[in-house]
Design a protein around this ligand. Structure first.
Ligand SMILES: Cc1cc2nc3c(=O)[nH]c(=O)nc-3n(C[C@H](O)[C@H](O)[C@H](O)COP(=O)(O)OP(=O)(O)OC[C@H]3O[C@@H](n4cnc5c(N)ncnc54)[C@H](O)[C@@H]3O)c2cc1C
Length: 465
């Protein structure tokens, strides 16, 4: 006997879990959704949404500081973090309310409490604030317990001097100086926010470049732009140790250099939240804490699926959404097509932004051979709207010679908004000639995508041949 049985039982109500719940309910399946924290998970409460609100406040600060460029008389008098946090929290609260209503409206049973897998299709939940456990069963079980901020040996995260992104999101002051450990997406976004708010920022990255998974040209452009903004960048500088002092924190990198700052943000990646959840004991195949799932998000156990950050691959909210939808449709027998991981768009929302979809140049050359790949870079200098916005960057296209576009790489303010068109181009395996015949509104930054494809199709308009 269990305390409840569902067609689909989901452990974790973040992007992956709640998307699965919504779609499964839409398809007429009964759904139990176990959550120990807040519906919406990392993305809504401590990830995508609050960081993008901070980045928008940072953009407003930059515009105020640089207002004379546009002939507008304004001065940046300071950053009121209480005001910034209140704006950010309102955005989150509104979306949370909407999501809660949506989940209720679809008839999904939300089970509040900490769950663990206690049978092949069974989850036992310790309800928040109660000692009585309850056990639920699902014809299908979906594991969606998400991820946590990783640290490094020798680092003591105290939430005061040494922070993770969860602490940084709630910071009530603008630090005078910060060391950001890790030059990935999260590190670069926080570095960008703090530089705009007036902090002295140093990024320490073990690998030779920022945003290592991006096309090398994008990393280089971001580094140039960050240096112009006086962000210090220490690449090829593996972390050795850190010491909290009276004034702040001293970070020592390999070679012995010491970098001192008021705060240290540890942004060295996210690990899967799977420890102690019973997955191992129930025989779920795992590797380094991640749950292994095939292209249909199926684990090795019959009827047990895994979605989101616990599955190796891109740790992005929209990947989780798509996997969640996929699983619901798979369970309902709709036979959805597997998700092409390379077709998932990636955006770093710093100033400037970096966005991409498909293969970078090096990956394309490795996949198709050096002679079978062509690239074209269109400078945003030729794009009217980018000049109006006073932003620099590029559109870089990678294509198979005489074949489709296999990668789109963008750098510049607001280019994240162009990735929607870019992902259609990649996912539909469009040829440059197909895209070139489509009209792009003028003046928009979208035109830069159009112009790049015109040039790749051999008929450049606002570009030199
Ligand atoms: C600072 C930051 C910025 C980010 N920005 C972006 C961005 O701009 N765009 C983007 O696409 N992605 C971004 N991400 C990544 C994105 O947040 C994650 O990829 C996404 O949240 C993963 O969804 P998920 O469902 O796998 O896990 P999560 O969102 O982590 O959800 C897992 C849920 O499971 C619950 N849970 C865990 N264990 C249990 C248990 N035992 N019992 C009950 N409940 C449990 C947790 O409380 C949580 O609510 C960002 C992440 C961070 C940290």
């Amino acid at each position: 006997m269990t305390d409840g049985e569902f067609d689909v039982l989901i452990l974790g109500a973040g992007s992956g879990g709640y998307a699965c719940a919504l779609r499964a309910a839409q398809l007429g399946l009964s759904v139990g959704l176990v959550e120990k924290g807040n519906l919406g998970g990392t993305c809504l409460h401590v990830g995508c949404i609050p960081t993008k609100a901070l980045l928008h406040a940072a953009e407003v600060a930059d515009l105020a500081r640089e207002s004379s460029t546009y002939g507008v008389t304004a001065t940046l008098e300071g950053i009121d973090m209480a005001g910034v946090n209140s704006y950010k929290d309102k955005v989150v609260a509104r979306l949370f309310k909407g999501l809660t209503g949506l989940i209720k409206g679809r008839g999904i049973t939300v089970i509040e409490g900490e769950g663990r897998m206690t049978g092949p299709h069974q989850v036992t939940v310790a309800p928040t604030g109660s000692a009585d456990e309850a056990t639920y069963a699902g014809k299908h079980l979906v594991l969606a317990s998400g991820s946590y901020s990783r640290s490094l040996p020798g680092l003591d995260i105290d939430g005061e001097r040494v922070l993770t992104s969860e602490h940084a999101i709630r910071l009530e002051r603008v630090p005078a100086s910060v060391v950001v450990l890790g030059g990935g997406v999260i590190g670069c976004e926080f570095a960008s926010v703090w530089a705009s708010f007036g902090s002295e920022v140093t990024i320490v990255e073990a690998l030779p470049r920022l945003l290592p998974p991006e096309d090398e040209a994008s990393s280089q452009a971001l580094e140039r732009a960050f240096r112009k903004r006086r962000i210090q960048i220490r690449t090829s500088a593996p972390f050795q140790s850190a010491k909290v002092t009276d004034e702040g924190v001293a970070v020592i990198v390999e070679g012995g250099d010491v970098i001192e700052a008021e705060l240290l943000l540890v942004a060295v990646g996210r690990g899967p939240s799977t420890d102690g959840l019973g997955y191992d004991e129930q025989g779920v195949a795992m590797e380094r804490g991640f749950v292994l799932a095939d292209e249909r998000c199926r684990t090795n156990l019959d009827g047990v699926y895994a979605v989101g950050d616990i599955v190796p691959g891109l740790q992005l909210a929209h990947r989780g959404f798509q996997q969640g939808i996929f699983v619901a449709e798979d369970i309902a027998g709709l036979d959805p097509s597997p998700i092409d991981e390379a077709g998932i768009p990636r955006v770093t929302y710093s100033h400037p932004e970096v966005a991409s979809v498909g293969l970078d140049e090096a990956a394309a050359r490795a996949a198709y051979g050096d002679d079978a790949v062509e690239t074209l870079t269109y400078d945003l200098g030729g794009n009217g709207k980018s000049q109006i916005l006073q932003t620099q960057g590029f559109v870089k296209l990678v294509r198979q010679k005489d074949g489709p576009v296999v990668g789109v790489h963008l750098v510049g303010d607001r280019v994240g908004e162009l990735i929607g068109e870019a992902q259609l181009i990649y996912n539909w395996e469009a040829y440059a000639e197909d895209v070139a015949s489509h009209v792009h509104a003028h003046p928009t930054q979208n035109e830069a995508l159009g112009e790049a494809h015109l040039a790749l199709a051999g008929k450049p308009l606002h570009a030199h041949s």
